[in-house]
Structures are given as structure tokens and as C-alpha cells.
Design a protein around this ligand. Structure first.
Ligand code: AGP
Length: 371
């Protein structure tokens, strides 16, 4: 009913608007007595300290949350982090031992590919930490440690609030590792946690772009394809934006690392093609920012319709943006928590305009319990 959907036409928009709360609930209680706390820990602190390599294994959007986390965990912990599609992981011969931490990220906690990856990792003696949105699901039950996301039940098949909560939870895992390894001082861990705690308000702020983005979605709904570009943490955001559009609007969509443009994808640019560009902060990532500005000017010169997601006050991009969507200024590593939101709204509105069921896209199940 409309009441269940909080007055919205579909659950997804309600769930998009619940993201500040999902983030706040996921962070709550995880910093106590000056330390990051997991929900369940069946391995010793010494085992955490001894970790010398991290794998994140997951599928779909959860996999994208892992790609985002790689930037933070490598930076904070000085540990190599590999992010793997769960369906590929155990069919290679991944190098795993007791000093490997496998972080299994799954909203449902029942995804067959991720569960089998967990089992394979444990057989090889790796430690497994589950990031999961469903209490007592199979993946957390079979893991050595658990951090629950508290996004609440997600009805829309396309993940929104669970995805943002996964990013936050993965960051908590990174901070727990940094604290165990001593690669960050306690006051730095506290500062990072405080920055995370400021994110629900930033996400609330970005929700003020919903009407603008819905209007844009209606205007580009008859496009044949949409491309998404980003760099650094904006690259996995581009992948997530493209996945949302494929899932919901059945449109051809691709996410690229913007630096790859001239190595191939630029050949796809043609008149009127919408290209969404996720800009890094002009202050926080000045070098990448200027490279992306030149990418946008190149693709605009070749006729693309540029849709630019940029930090508020970023005037350098304005001349090259056919549509400018402003997001609040936040620390670089946390930008995906705000830059993803307009991409969710865009995909949902394009799907709605094309007459599709936003909450139940064709051919997809909310949790994939077969391989
Ligand atoms: C996201 O929009 C998708 N519905 C899908 O990619 C999902 O993230 C994936 O199937 C993993 O599910 P899980 O988090 O429950 O393991």
C-alpha cells in the first residue's frame, strides 16, 4: 500500500530516503571506550593483528561496496586488499592462509556464491569476517567475526540503503584492522569515526537533489545507453550507477575508470549520449579533478550530453556540465556515500518513466540462493 511505501509510489524511493537513518544505525554502538567494536568476534585480537592480506568477496552491489573499501583499507592499514567477485573467487586458486582475512559482504547473508566463497576460504584456514544486513543468516553463522549493517529490511530488489550501509560497515572493518595493527593512532581512529558519524547529515543534504534528478531522468529516459565515469572511489560509484540502470531501466549502461577513456571507451561517445561523471573534490583530489575536467571537455566536444556530479561550489566544471548535480563537500574516502544517491534516483526515475516496476525488475530475485 501507499502507506507502507511512506507515501511513495515505490519502495525504492522510500529506501533511498531512509539512507541517513540506515547509516546512523549501522554506525551506532561501534565506537566505544575509544575503540571500534565488531558485533561478534570469534577470533583473537592477536589473529586480527596478524592479518597480512585482505580479500573482499561479494556479488553485485555488495562487490562494489568492497571496491570502495579497498581504497580506505589499503590507506589506513597498509595491507594489500583484493576485491573479488564471489563467483570467481573459489574457481581460481586464491592464495589463502591463516593470516588472510576474507571479508564477505552480503545484504541477505544467503547469496550462494558468497557463501561458497566463505566455505572455501575457511577450508584454506583463512579467517572470515561477514558484513551482513540479516541477523543470523547463513554467511554470518559460518564466519569468524560479524559486523551487521542496520539498514533495516530492503524491499526494492535494487540495493540502495543496504549498499550505503555496507560501505560504512566495510570502513569500520578497516578501522578495526588499523587499530589492531597500530597503523593508526587511537585519536586518528576516533577522528575517522567522527567523520563517518557526520555522513547521515550529508546524505540528508544530498536528498535535496531528488527532484532535480527525477526531472533529468524523465528527460533522458529514451536514451539508448548511458555511460558513467569516475576515478579513485568515484570509479566503483560509476560501476554502481551503471548496475542500477541496467537492473531497473533495462538500458545499456557501462561504468569506466575515467583514465581508461582514451584507451578505448571514448570511441563510444556520440551525439546526445548521456555521460555521467562523478567528480572528485577540487581541493581534496586536485590532480584527479583537473584530469577529469579535461575528460569532460573532451567528451562534451564530441557531442556527449554531460551530467556532472560535483562538490558544491566547484565552479571549474560548470562550463562543461550540461546538467550539474551538486553534492556536499565531504572527505574524499566518504564521497561515495553522497555521490551514489543521485545515481540511484536517476535509475529509478528512468525506469518509472519507461513504465517498469521499479521495485521488482524483470528476471531478478532479491537474494540469489543458487549459483
Ligand atoms: C543490487 O542492486 C542487486 N540486487 C544485487 O547486485 C545484490 O547486491 C547481489 O545479488 C548481492 O546480494 P547480497 O548482498 O544479498 O549478497
Amino acid at each position: 500500500s501507499a502507506a507502507e511505501k511512506g507515501g511513495h509510489e515505490y519502495f525504492m524511493l522510500k529506501e533511498i530516503e531512509e539512507q541517513p537513518e540506515a547509516l546512523a544505525n549501522t554506525l551506532r554502538g561501534h565506537f566505544d571506550g575509544g575503540r571500534i567494536i565488531l558485533d561478534e568476534q570469534r577470533i583473537s585480537d592477536q589473529d586480527l593483528r596478524d592479518v597480512d592480506k585482505v580479500f573482499v568477496v561479494a556479488c553485485g552491489s555488495a562487490y562494489h561496496s568492497g571496491l570502495v573499501a579497498k581504497y580506505a583499507i589499503e590507506h589506513w592499514c597498509r595491507l594489500p586488499v583484493e576485491v573479488e567477485l564471489a563467483s570467481e573467487f573459489r574457481y581460481r586458486d586464491p592464495v589463502l592462509d591463516r593470516a588472510t582475512l576474507v571479508v564477505a559482504v552480503s545484504q541477505s547473508g544467503e547469496t550462494a556464491d558468497t557463501l561458497e566463497a566463505v566455505r572455501h576460504a575457511r577450508e584454506q584456514k583463512a579467517r572470515v569476517l561477514a558484513v551482513c544486513n540479516t541477523n543470523g543468516a547463513q554467511i554470518p553463522r559460518e564466519s569468524d567475526a560479524v559486523l551487521y549493517t542496520h539498514a533495516g529490511p530492503e524491499i526494492g530488489v535494487a540495493s540502495t540503503k543496504a549498499f550505503l550501509a555496507q560501505i560504512a560497515a566495510n570502513y569500520l572493518v578497516g578501522l578495526a584492522l588499523a587499530q589492531a595493527r597500530g597503523t593508526k593512532y587511537p585519536d586518528e581512529v576516533a577522528r575517522e569515526f567522527a567523520e563517518l558519524e557526520a555522513m547521515p547529515a550529508a546524505v540528508q543534504k544530498v536528498l535535496s537533489t531528488v527532484d532535480q534528478v527525477r526531472d533529468l531522468g524523465r528527460r533522458i529516459a529514451d536514451s539508448k545507453a548511458v555511460l558513467f565515469l569516475g576515478r579513485h572511489v568515484g570509479f566503483p560509484v560509476a560501476l554502481e550507477g551503471a548496475l542500477k540502470l541496467k537492473e531497473l531501466a533495462y538500458m545499456h549502461a557501462e561504468g569506466f575508470a575515467a583514465g581508461e577513456l582514451k584507451h578505448g571507451p571514448i570511441a563510444l561517445i556520440e551525439d546526445g549520449l548521456p555521460v555521467v561523471v562523478v567528480m572528485p573534490s577540487p581541493k581534496g583530489r586536485a590532480v584527479l579533478h583537473s584530469k577529469l575536467v579535461s575528460n569532460i571537455s573532451e567528451i562534451q566536444a564530441r557531442g556527449a550530453r554531460t551530467i556532472v556530479i560535483a562538490e558544491e561550489g566547484d565552479e571549474t566544471v560548470r562550463p562543461f556540465a550540461d546538467e550539474l548535480i551538486e553534492i556536499p563537500a565531504v572527505p574524499t574516502l566518504l564521497q561515495p556515500l553522497v555521490s551514489t544517491v543521485p545515481l540511484q534516483v536517476l535509475a529509478a526515475e528512468i525506469a518509472r518513466t519507461r513504465g517498469y516496476d521499479v521495485d521488482k525488475p524483470r528476471n531478478l530475485a532479491k537474494s540469489v540462493t543458487v549459483e
